[in-house]
Design a protein around this ligand. Structure first.
Ligand SMILES: [Zn+2]
Length: 428
């Protein structure tokens, strides 16, 4: 069933309780900062707040997780976004020369939105989403995750459900943080087969001398396997007249298209699978490599549709994980790739549900107090655990690098110092 119910919009009181008792500020800090003591990755990081009445406050920055929490509780925003690390603290930007205030580091981010799949999904439209059409997102996640790991060598990928109908990806590898806008643009260009967003187009223009680039060839092998289940069975994309007309738009040879149309008009009960078989049969008779048409259609229907603009610029802001989607009340929760196929957006806890769970713990005397581990008693816990495990990886890498570069005391020196019970003679 599509999730069509508009939830009760979270009231300011509900949001404030969520921020005070449940929002994982410490985990967010660790994830952004890569170590326990505040570094410029956090202190020079932009936060932007959206307040009721569409008031938008940019260029906030903080020294610690507690400072961020204090400000969030004071402003009680409907949501907040995370931007880049600048060359100076964003809150001090008016005191530095404009030329000295630039974004210097930023996670590489991606946004996949279900609306870009509207021309090919049949179960829902617009803002709705269900477990069935989530299948498009699941396929996109698999393809992107693999391509970014194998083609670019990135390892620190965090996927976050957007709270409604899409998913975000944050990549925190050092190489990714340091990418220039030009490099981001090139990378997104490499990953863009179909244009998402406003310039949505069904044109595939990816074959060079007829061949697909090697990375796409890899993705295609996977997409061929999921095409039948997702497009022919689950979505039954070619059943209706609108559906098969959409398919025929992919066939540039008008004689093939019109002969298929004729066949399907006179047999309206033919299933998507039947129609796909009809198409395969007819393209096999063509003189040019016949499977190109079928392969291009498979890519067109299943390859990730990216909102490229989000990824191209370091200073693009993206909603922070664990914010509440204002219309669904659902939390933007991190997901692991292993969870992706079985994930049901409707199963994500809403802010109302979480506060109810808190009440049911019967911890009446703690109500109103700020207990940092309150989330442990709620269904938010497994999602915060995902972020914490991810942040722990980033932090252990930072520790390793600091050891390598000598910023930390080497363990041998530390042991010597401990044995002699004296202050180690080394500057930190
Ligand atoms: Zn759906």
């Amino acid at each position: 069933m599509p999730d069509t119910t508009e939830m009760e919009k979270p009231s300011p009181e509900v949001m404030l309780t969520y921020y005070r008792r449940l929002y994982p500020f410490k985990s967010i800090f660790n994830w952004l900062n890569h170590e326990h003591s505040p570094s410029r990755l956090f202190t020079q990081r932009e936060f932007a707040f959206t307040l009721a009445g569409d008031v938008y406050l940019r260029y906030n920055s903080f020294t610690t997780a507690d400072e961020l929490k204090k400000q969030v509780c004071q402003l009680n925003p409907t949501r907040f976004e995370i931007g880049p690390v600048y060359s100076a603290r964003p809150r001090d930007r008016k005191t530095v020369r404009p030329a000295m205030f630039n974004p210097i580091l930023r996670e590489l981010v991606f946004d996949i939105d279900m609306t870009d799949y509207d021309p090919v999904r049949t179960c829902c439209s617009n803002a709705d989403i269900c477990k069935k059409c989530w299948g498009f997102i699941a396929v996109a996640v698999r393809v992107l995750d693999q391509s970014l790991r194998e083609d670019f060598g990135y390892e620190k990928l965090l996927w976050v459900y957007s709270g409604r109908r899409g998913i975000h990806l944050w990549i925190s590898d050092h190489d990714a943080l340091a990418l220039t806008d030009q490099q981001r643009k090139a990378l997104v260009g490499y990953l863009t087969v179909l244009q998402g967003g406003k310039e949505s187009s069904r044109k595939l223009n990816i074959r060079i001398g007829g061949k697909l680039p090697p990375s796409l060839q890899n993705s295609l092998e996977y997409l061929k396997k999921v095409f039948g289940g997702l497009i022919l069975d689950n979505q039954n994309c070619f059943k209706s007249e609108d559906g098969y007309e959409e398919l025929l738009k992919n066939i540039q040879d008008s004689s093939i298209a019109s002969s298929l149309r004729k066949k399907w008009e006179s047999n309206p009960t033919r299933s998507s699978q039947d129609k796909w078989n009809d198409l395969l049969k007819i393209v096999h008779k063509q003189q040019h490599p016949p499977m190109w048409i079928a392969e291009d259609i498979i890519l067109n229907y299943t390859y990730p549709r990216l909102d490229a603009e989000v990824s191209k610029h370091r200073n693009h802001l993206l909603k922070a994980p664990f914010c509440i989607h204002p219309s669904t009340g659902r939390v933007c929760v991190p997901l692991t790739v292993d969870m992706i196929e079985n994930f049901d957006p409707v199963s994500v806890p809403t802010v109302h549900q979480l506060l109810k769970e808190l009440d049911e713990t019967g911890d009446a005397e703690n109500q109103g107090k700020e207990i940092h581990s309150d989330w442990e008693k709620t269904s938010l816990k497994p999602y915060i655990d995902i972020l914490d495990r991810h942040a722990a990886l980033l932090m252990s890498e930072t520790r390793r690098e600091k050891l390598k570069t000598g910023s930390y005391l080497s363990s041998a020196l530390l042991l010597t110092a401990l044995i002699s019970n004296s202050q180690p003679d080394i500057s930190w």
